[in-house]
Design a protein around this ligand. Structure first.
Ligand SMILES: [Zn+2]
Length: 500
């Protein structure tokens, strides 16, 4: 039995003016500039907490031949340049055509990619694959919990399996699940009937977190549903709200074995349950001044200020300075801000050397929406080549690279800067610059939720930041022109099901 796998992953923030280029994918994919498949891809992902890590493990366990053809990903940013998308899609289709016939296909996609031409890039991608393999070959797609699942995606895939966790710590499990289900489909042991419901609902990242209520309990309900007789899998997709496209927002999928009526009924119930929770999914935000005050009054533990507005994992520049400026101004002692994307400052720090004093212009360089540059005198406290390995529950075992990295100290504040834009979500990313967060008082992380998997347990208190930015969890700051309406909470009188 032969299963082909691959995909292109991007979470596109359409409010970003930084386009995502082919070079971004070539740098961030980690499989070389030609997006090597086969052994290179196996080498990168085998044993890791990733979707392809799960595909490989599932295939090995079941004695199936997996043909990993392509894994192209880029750090979230603005729309993907059309020429880049077309080239990567064509590369995948060529490689897939070259190995046909196969018994099944597993696609590793994100679900919130938008290109210059395609608001629903995954819908386009899945349809192109379906056209190549025909209607009979089983096609299973794994998607991120932030997928904006469109009617076309649901129609073209036999089954979509979304992550059940945020932080995304179940990628490997979902990859294994996809291969197991594909094999049962190929062996005609099951016949999936998928039911898709799109809700008139958008939610913001902080409260999509499955370590917090109400999502923690909701996911337990999803697991119970999946254990019911006749149900193969179920997905709650919370959507990516920083995308001005028709299909942004929340959807659910329930897949039964051979019983469309059962799948429809369970999908309706799951959608109704989410709709009930809509007001509990709105976050509360805290200013940096309040967070500093709290840290001063509670000196015994680490306070984390989750600067999700500037989260590179959702397409933000990751060089925002609002919290940093306030901490320097307040002469805060024991503060860490990181990891800022500032290649210039990282280069200057490396040129000056360890212990040097430099005149630095830190952050605020990408746009005017995340604060102005901090112009200051700083000491180079640490330098690193930026190479790390994820040790936490998310992407465990996967190698990462910040490029040249440095820690600058200004008074009582340490500022971690890096050459490449990456989300701070693993202790190893600070260990490589000799920072143990447990010995500090206030950590400003450029992350909305993912940091919680590995850094969260170190914190005595976590605040969702009230800072400006293109990933700010507050709908009042965004203008949508292409989104479907009515939709909650933008249109307060929205009802679900429609008309009720
Ligand atoms: Zn996600």
């Amino acid at each position: 039995m032969k299963i082909a796998s691959g995909g292109v992953q991007h979470e596109t923030n359409t409010f970003s003016d930084t386009p995502t280029t082919l070079a971004d994918f070539q740098r961030d994919s980690g499989c070389g500039p030609d997006f090597s498949g086969g052994e290179v891809l196996e080498e990168r992902f085998a044993g890791t907490g990733t979707i392809h890590g799960g595909y490989l493990a599932g295939a090995a366990e079941l004695g199936v031949e997996l043909l990993p053809l392509l894994s192209a990903r880029a750090q979230p940013a603005g729309r993907v340049e059309q020429v880049a998308y077309d080239q990567m899609l064509n590369l995948f289709l060529q490689r897939l055509a070259a190995v046909l016939p196969v018994d099944g296909v597993a696609l590793d996609l994100h679900g919130a990619m938008a290109t210059e031409k395609h608001d629903d890039a995954e819908g386009h991608f899945i349809a192109a694959v379906r056209q190549l393999i025909g209607p009979e070959i089983p096609l299973v797609v794994t998607l991120d919990l932030h997928a904006n699942i469109s009617p076309q995606m649901a129609a073209e895939a036999d089954v979509i399996i979304g992550f059940d966790t945020y932080p995304h710590v179940d990628m490997r499990e979902r990859g294994i699940e996809a291969i197991q289900l594909l094999v049962r489909m190929i062996n005609r042991q099951v016949r999936p009937c998928q039911s898709y419901r799109q809700l008139p609902l958008m939610t913001m990242p902080p409260m999509q977190c499955t370590l917090r209520e109400p999502m923690q309990s909701l996911i337990q309900e999803v697991f119970k549903l999946e254990a019911e007789p006749g149900i193969l899998t179920a997905t709650v997709s919370m959507g990516f709200p920083f995308a001005d496209i028709r299909d942004a927002g929340v959807s659910v999928l329930v897949t039964s074995d051979s019983d469309q009526g059962l799948a429809d009924q369970k999908a309706d119930a799951l959608a109704a349950r989410l709709w009930e929770l809509r007001d509990q999914l709105q976050p509360q935000l805290t200013s940096i001044e309040e967070a500093m005050q709290y840290a001063s009054e509670h000196p015994e533990g680490l306070v984390i200020f989750a600067d999700g507005s500037d989260n590179p994992g959702g397409g933000a520049p990751c060089d925002g300075t609002v919290a940093l400026q306030a901490m320097i101004k307040a002469d805060f002692q024991g503060g860490v801000v990181g990891v800022l994307h500032d290649p210039d400052t990282a280069r200057e720090a490396h040129a000056a050397g360890l212990g040097a004093e430099i005149d630095a212009v830190i952050g605020g360089k990408t746009d005017a929406q995340h604060g102005t540059s901090v112009v200051t005198h700083a000491r180079v406290q640490a330098l690193s080549d930026g190479k790390y390995v994820h040790h936490g529950a998310m992407m465990r075992g996967l190698a990462g690279d910040f490029g040249p990295m440095a820690v600058l100290r200004v008074g009582g504040v340490e500022i971690v800067v890096a050459t490449y834009r990456r989300q701070l979500l693993d202790r190893d990313m600070l260990r490589i610059v000799d920072i143990d967060p447990q010995t500090r008082r206030l950590l400003v992380v450029k992350s909305a939720v993912h940091f919680r998997a590995d850094l969260g347990p170190l914190a005595s208190k976590i605040f969702d930041a009230d800072t400006p930015g293109i990933h700010r969890p507050d709908f009042s700051g965004f203008e949508y022109h292409h989104l479907r309406h009515p939709i909650y909470p933008l249109d307060q009188d929205t009802s679900y099901p429609p008309g009720e």
